[in-house]
Design a protein. Sequence first.
Lengths: 560, 310, 334
Amino acid sequence: MLQLRMARTRRVALIGLAGALAVSVSACASERDDQGGGGGNEDTLVFGAAGEPKNFDPIFNDDGETFRPIRQMYETLITYKPGSAELEEGLATKWTPSDDGKTWTFELREGVKFHDGTDFNAEAVCFNFDRWHNMPGAAAQSQMIYYGDVFEGFAKNEGDAGGEPVYKSCEAPDPNTAVLHLNKAKGAFPDAFGLTSLSISSPKALQEYKADEVTQSGDSFSYPAYANEHPTGTGPYKFEKYDKAAGTITLVRNDDYWGEAAKLSRIIFRIIPDETSRKQELISGKIDGYDLPNPADYQALREAGNQVLVRPVFNILYLGINQKNTPELKDERVRKAIEYAINKEQLAKNKLPEGATPRDQFVPKETIGYTDKVEKHQYNPQRAKDLLAEAGATNLNLKFYVPTEVSRPYMPDPVELGGAIADNLKAVGINVELVQRPWNGGFKDDVQKAGKQDLHLLGWTGDYGDPGNFIGTFFGREKPEFGFDNPAIFSALSNADSQVDKAAKATEYEKAVVEISKYVPAVPLTSSPPAIVVGGNIQGVVPSPLTDERFAGVTKSQQG
Amino acid sequence: MTGPKLLSRRKADRIDELAQGGTSLAKDALRRMASNPVAILGACIIAAFVLLAIFAPLLAPKDPFIPYPELQAQLTPTNIPGPMPGFLLGSDQNGYDFFSRLLAGARQTLIVGVGATIIGVTIGMIIGGLAGAFGGWVDTVLMRFTDILLSIPSLLLAISIAALFASGNQWTVIIAVAMVCVPVFARLLRGSMIAQRSSDHVLAATALGVRRRTIVFRHMLPNSVGPVIVQATLTLATAIIDAAALSFLGLGDTDWRRAEWGLMLGNSQDLLSVKPELAFYPAIAIIIVALGFTLLGESMREALDPKNRR
Amino acid sequence: MLRFIVRRLLQAIPTLLVLSILVFAWLRSLPGGPASALLGDKATPEKIAELNAVLGLDQPIFVQYFKFLGRILTGDFGSSLISGDSVLAEIGRAFPATIELSLAALFLAIVFGIPLGYLAARFHGRFLDNATVVTTLVGVAVPVFFLGFLLKYVFAQQLAILPPSGRQDVLIDATRITGFATLDGLLTGELDATWDAMLHLLLPAIALASIPFAVIVRITRASVLDVTGEDFVRTAESKGLTAPVIRRRHVLRNALLPVSTTIGLQTGLLLAGAVLTEKVFVWGGVGSLLEQGIERRDYPRLQALILLAALVYVLVNLLVDISYAIIDPRVRVR
């Protein structure tokens, strides 16, 4: 069918070409539109990607551009309900922890096959966990970013920083039951089992294509055939090819999928690094959608008949305060004054996409630990001035570090946001020196390692629905980024994280959140929902707070 | 046919050609330019631009560097307020007065253009002057260096230099753009001085036993000024365009608060669907000013061209 | 002769060595570095330190340099931080795209530039001439990227008659042989692929052609004016040759010599303009590689691009010098 269409298109174009010299460009272009335009073939989803993927082995990746194709090809044991951070059955139909939280038993789905035809079973699950745990080579280990975060270490730590591994062993008492033994309980479970990085690969393909052979190549790494050409999961789409010259990744429907088969037969991810071009390609119907549209374009995109789907928000932008360099910042009143000085409401309205909200705490509403009992410091420049005077910090000079060359959902344009905040601070008499550093060229080093700043702009997008992923990461221990040592906060957080019972955990986290709001180690600013945009004829894209969109249910109607 | 020649050498030859002019020629040229409408138009544009740059703070109805609550009140990413009372062109994307920033932009744009040109001319003239005055191995080494620089397309060179710096600011842009014109001016001055070394008045001075330093400063340098001025005028146009290109590539000044046309254009390119003026007006300003310098420079070059004196 | 070539080759070595040191020192002196780029969003200081150790970036700087030198001498420029793919392979893939675009732009500039320049000269001082001169001056004053922007805005977005970006519609599953999208379609008989590639080529080629076009028009005009005043033209006139014959045989032919030199000069400029044009039109050529490399601090990629450009420069220089030496034996002695 597909072949036929192509052949016909060609013949028509050929006839067109025969008389083409006389025919105007526009006439021909519109003729093509009838043939293949409107996003093309109604059985293919063409999705604009902002950058190239690194490779397709889930375990070695951590960025959204790489995860997007991976999410169509792979599945995890536990997954998230479409459109939320709540857990749902994935490859496992049931998961139960032991009382001490050190053993997890998974009941696995039956009748699931990998793309290479081999069976998915408990042995395959254990093979994957063992592979991760025993990964050889410092190069490979250093790139297992999420695994390293969650499981903390490897069988043999070959890098410098690996710790005691959380993972102990995995056993398969029967084909449909996998039992995971851990060395210690962790609050990140079970949510972390849903991380895209921890997707299950086919053991046969992993071995056949030497999946573990990550080698250093200059200042970077090169990846084995498995990661580049033979990603093999259980998902509704299969890998077909990655055409690097054209910048397209083609996936085709997996007809042996265990669940409901994907609606469209093909997905093509087309790499378009330029923001404006993505927009124009969508408006001209050459692509069916793209991720993270510029907030300024929402209206124009909608007017052109597209759907801007705003995701539930799961991120936070904050103004970091480093207490180390300027003694005045050790004074709680000064830090509170800074929070009072900032007009978060206006910031959200002027510079952030629709749906952006001011925030008074670091934990999102969607997770446990969120509480109304926090101490609030709403915009009040007079109060800020009074507090500064009270603390004797009337002539405060602060270095405010702002990243450049980066755009994140929580900060579409950090430089302009930083400027607006600096304006606010100047209005209450704080002298602010804006220091701009490129994101990958010094900002993270200066701020998170060297702690050169007094203030800085940064944010975080949650990986899974656990408050530890937010405040634990920020304030769980002494860090150069914030330069404070507050044992009360540190122990409150680690206490909350170690609770196995969910209700107790919620209570403990709420306490910690209130504690933090009184101490003001940093100023929570805003949350900005990222969006995804698709053409008017696309149905079935469910925006996810974790940007975990699966395209299997997507349908495409003839545009017209 | 001149035979296969290296690109850098062809460029160099052209510059050398231009270097043949002298002061008397320049005076003569000035006279002819005064009757050339193209030159007058160019001069008028530049004069207006320079006046605007000097008096921008007086002319601007608002402070271009602070946000206004009236503008911020209606500002959202998809709605940037248009003209309203007191704000002739409405807001920019940050709640600042767009009109005042456009006016203020003239000054910063002039600073970048002139700064880059002055630095480029100075370094280039030192190199070219040394090479031309001393000759010998000094000449060989210095010209080898400038030839390498000349062989690289100017914008690529500017990009490479700007990328050297961890983070862009006003000075990285000026330096990147300046370095691009260094080899041009070095070549130009050297060519002019070498041409004069064998000219009668220099030979005469040498024969009279005048010191070499005196000859260089009294006789050779002043006679080389004409072509340098022509080239500097043309360079100003490309400097302003190159600075805008650097901003476009994200290698420009990162301080968006600074009102500079290239920067304003670079920062507004994704706002075409919201308020296209934010990109168009600075772009038009750049084009007009670049055109002004090109018109003046080209008519100066034409006037200086010995062929046209026939 | 052989001794001359060997001597020149040996002379090139120090230049390249110095350049390799400069490039290496520059990349090592930049803050951030590969580790933080590789780790992305979740980079922590500890992880960066760990990765630096893995990559050998914690070793003494000269040890790092010799390792680096050893690698590039064996033709290993490493992998891109962005794509994880071999940098050389990336450049190889992108090269045809840039050449295709540059040739198309040059073609447009010549095909429209020379006739217009000639016409302007023929109607010297009249409206057509003045209009042409003004147009070319404006053409030089418009930033290339802004022109690209405008073209895209008008023809791709507002009128929607031309594709906004890319080299070919992804739904045309074209067979690839040479990497030149227009040529491949002709070779495989997939004429719709060629047609589509040409539509994609049109806007970027126009944007890129703007400056060479202006320059070619002006040089042609000036050159034709020059030649018209020459003795041999007057001689031809006095011989009683008809105007068209004089124009064709004498004026145009002689006027085109300086024009061809200028076209050569424009080649370098085209490559520079390609960086801007490729960004605007997401062309995916070498310019896009460079631009993305800068934007995302892909050091291995930048390193390779700079060193390869330098190598090409040195080699071309060498070839030219050798050909000089063949033509003019005196050069060999110097």
